[in-house]
Design a protein around this ligand. Sequence first.
Ligand code: ADP
Length: 495
Amino acid sequence: MLILYSVFFYIFLLIIFILTTVLFFKIEKIKALNSRIDRLQKLVSELDEQAKLIVRTDIELNKTQEELDKKIMALYALQHISREISKNLDESTIFNHVQSSYIEDMGFEKSLIFLWDDKKREFKNVLNIGYSRTEEESITHKLEVDLYLKLIETNKTISSFYSSDELLSKKIKELFKVNLFVIAPILPKEGTKGFIFVGTESSGAVLTAGNEELIGILANQISQALENARLFEKTWQAQQELERKIEEKTMQLSSALEEIKLISKRKTDFVSAVSHELRTPLTSIKGYASILLSESLGPLSEAVKERLEKINRHSNELTKLVNDLLDISRIEAGKIVMKEEVLNLKEIILEVLDLINVQLKEKEIKLTVDLAKDAEYVLADRQQLERVFINLLGNALKFTPPKGKIFIKTSSIDKLCQIDITDTGIGIPQESLRSIFDEFYRVDNPINQQVKGSGLGLSLVKRIVEAHGGNIWVRSKLNEGSTFSFTIPKAEKTG
Ligand code: ADP
């Protein structure tokens, strides 16, 4: 029995041991489970926190998106206003196209722009959005001029949400009947200064530093537009003034021109009449001298013959002078019409060379002719063109010392033929080049002191060339030589 009890006891002990062991493991498992549950709970709460954060971030993001949208709208509005005001260059109509929707898009439903009238010393309203005429008049009337002038001069933007001056802010709110506002100065470098006011009655409106900044930018754009308008006005006025002066001067010039034309006509008529009158007695003098020289009225002594020959020579020179003068005045008056003959340049040049050949030989001057193939024919008056060559070649011959050289060169330039006559003569001083084609102008040089001349040759040549529609000019270097160049129309015919 004892043994049985002992066995039971041991079995009992064994069971207890087993149960205790099982319990121990269970407890351990529960502990492990509990710690896992704790971890899970922590995880869940963390997840919960994250979910809340996500929701919060989402809300924030939506808000930011909304604000961003508003800012974009405001920026668009700013762009629209800038475009509208910069389109117009008239100060009085600059703000005509600023719509209320633009101001609303910037977060405000009321706006006033005032510009300073320096003469009347008062602010003048140029833009009204959101106020009745009576309200606008009342605000304009109550504006404290000094306060706003000071605001403009200090160039500071003030607003109800960032103002350090509560009293001023309150004053402005009361005057403009708004809860939130921005006032920005308009201060162009040139032109009328002023300020822009924008405001909203809604106290719940969310306005930030961004809105204030935007209105500041708008005020700058307005300043720029006013500056442009002023500059345009100035330029326009200057242009008007210039046009007026030009008109005045043109009138003065044209009346002076008329007078010059009249004087010139009188001079031409006078020269023409005098030359004409001189020709008749000159012809008689020459005629009588010739009769006397022929000794048909009786024999003459050598001394008388010599004097009569002098009379003859001088009357020839005088006749040439009178003829040249008469021709100059006739061409000037358009009384000599240039014939349009197709002339072979080579022929003309050879004919003239024939006339001066003896003198060329006497002075041992070498003459070279270089004719262009494409400028063979010209359209000109044969007699007059010959006079041009005779005068220019005569001068080249006269002013080139013995053993010198003369070149004649022709070339084709579009519809014109250019003729250059170059010599290696005494040249013309630089200061005389301007006057060389003037009537009676002669350079004071040793040759001119010895050889007589009228100073009419080049003047006549210039008029003939110009009457043909050509041009004449000279290049020269003292003691080296001169080149007289002139143009004359080419003839269509080339062969
Ligand atoms: P004139 O030969 O009768 O003096 P022109 O009118 O033909 O009158 O010439 C005016 C002046 O131009 C001349 O007196 C001379 O001083 C200058 N001149 C003209 N051609 C030449 C030339 N080829 N070389 C140097 N001087 C010249």
